[in-house]
Design a protein around this ligand. Structure first.
Ligand code: C2E
Ligand code: CA
Ligand code: CA
Length: 524
């Protein structure tokens, strides 16, 4: 029956769109085989792919799907639609067929399409099955100019390291990682790692099997923008695809979901404008995550961050990246608290931390950290972290504190000495007429800390004698004259020796005077 259906051309491609979740743009399409029976029932690949693979007819089925895809693509282009490339599936059995590159080129040619119109999806399991042969086949297709996509990446057993040797241009992350039961968040971590690795070798990642908004949002936070899945659309017939995704003017991602989540800045997006902002940010910035094990890791760091902590990118890669281990004990606790508070309040949280050896070379580092939660998934919290190097400030303020202590000690000695010789002293500002009495003056003569319009208040309080004499003395001080005179002071009119020493400013004008008053009795 299937054979007859194949002969009768009942196998057709259905089309599933791929989107850039950040911009909403339609970025690609996957063609998936369907058997549409004469009565209209649709039969899915699991009913026929392995059958054709086993009886060696898969190449015939695929050729038919590829050609129909080319016809459809040319048809859409002729209608003026801006169609992205279409990805077709290439069975592992097709790969080793010598005719393959020639056939693909011939159909592209026949329908006036260029070689990049058709992306070729090969499965990761084909790589593990026969690595050498697989790589050879891929090199050949690449030599013809085809864009190769590694399908179902992560489902096989090839290591992440193998990625760099694979002659593929795009990775399709297996949908199984978006597991519904990811309570241990292992899948989330694997996705993060794969996306991180792929991007570090400049390889775009398309996530497959995206079914919910939460999954799409999570992928976005780890930097994966390209997505395909039921959340956006099931594979649909050419006619439905055209109606839904092509006919509409200005198709927007928002047709599928509200835009409200787009407010979070996508700092993970390696190629976006935000990356530029992130990297050229004036301060040190990082995207950090906290997993269920409590470990805090920096997933992204801008150049300034590294500069502030004194590490190169290579140093960074070598360090154990649990950030909490960088801090001393109390700081680690403070930092954890700030993370908690950022989650609870949804607002910015901040803390000051100390790292005794931030660069592994004994460098001390005080940081003012500001944090904000930017995304959350079960078992993984993602934060934006801004750091400010306050090491110098802390050092200075400590030095100031020490200085202040030293000054206080000296003042104490001086005050004790003044007490012992029964001396009063004050400072007089010639320009403002402000007078600053010593603490003994304040204590014994009831003077405030600052006496304005001196000497009038002191005369009014009977500390200085009434009449022109003292006013005259002050005029002489104002004119820059040093004074040394005996006069009766306080309400008891005790004879004191009063001395003024005038200091001048840079222009030579009298500016301040330092004064002392010592009871004459004490000389005897
Ligand atoms: P595949 O290449 O990994 O294709 C993706 C499969 O996931 C498709 O199943 C698609 O309908 C399904 N899918 C898409 N979005 C979601 C989603 O959000 N959730 C879930 N659970 N599934 C989703 P389909 O069309 O049944 O195809 C199954 C497999 O059959 C394909 O897996 C591919 O390996 C193979 N296949 C399909 N068409 C062709 C073809 O033309 N040639 C060859 N050789 N193989 C084909
Ligand atoms: Ca595929
Ligand atoms: Ca796949």
């Amino acid at each position: 029956m299937k054979l007859q259906a194949l002969r009768e051309g009942q196998f057709v491609p259905f089309f599933q769109p791929q989107f850039n979740y950040v911009t909403g743009a339609l970025t690609g399409i996957e063609a998936l085989a369907r058997w549409v029976k004469q009565d209209g029932t649709v039969v899915y690949p699991k009913e026929f792919i392995s059958y054709f693979e086993d009886n060696g007819l898969i190449y015939d089925l695929d050729k038919c799907i590829w050609e129909k895809t080319c016809i459809q693509l040319a048809n859409w282009r002729s209608k003026g639609y801006a169609i992205p490339s279409v990805s077709v599936n290439v069975s592992r059995r097709d790969l080793y067929n010598d005719e393959l590159p020639g056939f693909l080129c011939s159909i592209l040619d026949k329908y006036g399409l260029d070689v990049t119109s058709l992306h070729l999806e090969v499965t990761e399991s084909a790589y593990t099955e026969n690595t050498t042969q697989f790589l050879k086949a891929l090199e050949l297709l690449k030599a013809h100019g085809f864009i190769m996509e590694m399908d179902d990446f992560g489902s096989g057993y090839s290591s992440l390291c193998a990625l760099k040797d694979m002659p593929v241009d795009v990775i399709k992350l297996d949908g199984d990682f978006l597991s519904k039961d990811d309570s241990s968040s292992r899948c989330g971590k694997i996705i993060t790692a794969v996306v991180y690795m792929a991007h570090s070798i400049d390889m775009p990642v398309i996530a497959e099997g995206v079914e919910t908004k939460e999954e799409a949002d999570f992928l976005k936070t780890v930097g994966c923008r390209f997505m395909q899945g039921y959340y956006f659309s099931k594979p649909v017939s050419a006619k439905d695809f055209e109606e839904t995704f092509l006919s509409k003017v200005g198709f927007e991602m928002n047709d599928f979901h509200d835009a409200e989540r787009h407010d979070r800045i996508d700092f993970f997006d390696l190629n976006s404008q935000n990356t530029l902002i992130f990297n050229s940010f004036v301060g040190g910035a990082a995207i950090i995550t906290r997993g269920q094990n409590g470990k805090v890791r920096a997933v992204r760091l801008n150049d300034m961050f590294l500069k502030l902590v004194g590490l190169s990118r290579e140093d960074w890669a070598c360090r154990d990246q649990n950030l909490l281990e960088w801090f001393d004990g109390p700081s680690a606790a403070l930092f954890s608290n700030a993370l908690d508070s950022a989650i609870v309040t949804g607002e910015e949280a901040s803390c000051i931390t100390f790292s005794p050896d931030v660069d592994g070379r004994g460098r001390e580092f005080w940081s003012h950290n500001r944090l904000r939660l930017i995304a959350q998934k079960v078992g993984l919290d993602v934060f934006y972290l801004n750091i400010e190097d306050i090491t110098e400030r802390v050092r200075l303020s400590r030095r100031n504190q020490n200085l202040l202590k030293a000054i206080e000690e000296r003042e104490d000695i001086f005050m004790n000495a003044a007490e012992q010789v029964n001396m009063f002293f004050w400072k007089y500002d010639i320009k403002t007429k402000d007078m600053y009495p010593c603490s003994r003056c304040q204590k014994y003569l009831d003077l405030p800390k600052l006496v304005r319009n001196y000497p009038k208040p002191a005369i009014d309080m009977c500390i200085f004698p009434e009449g022109e004499h003292y006013i005259d003395i002050m005029k002489r001080v104002d004119n820059g004259e040093d004074i040394d005179e005996v006069m009766p002071l306080t309400s008891e009119r005790v004879p004191f020796r009063v001395r003024y020493t005038v200091r001048r400013d840079a222009d030579g004008n009298p500016s301040v005077a330092y004064a002392t008053a010592l009871p004459i009795d004490d000389f005897s």
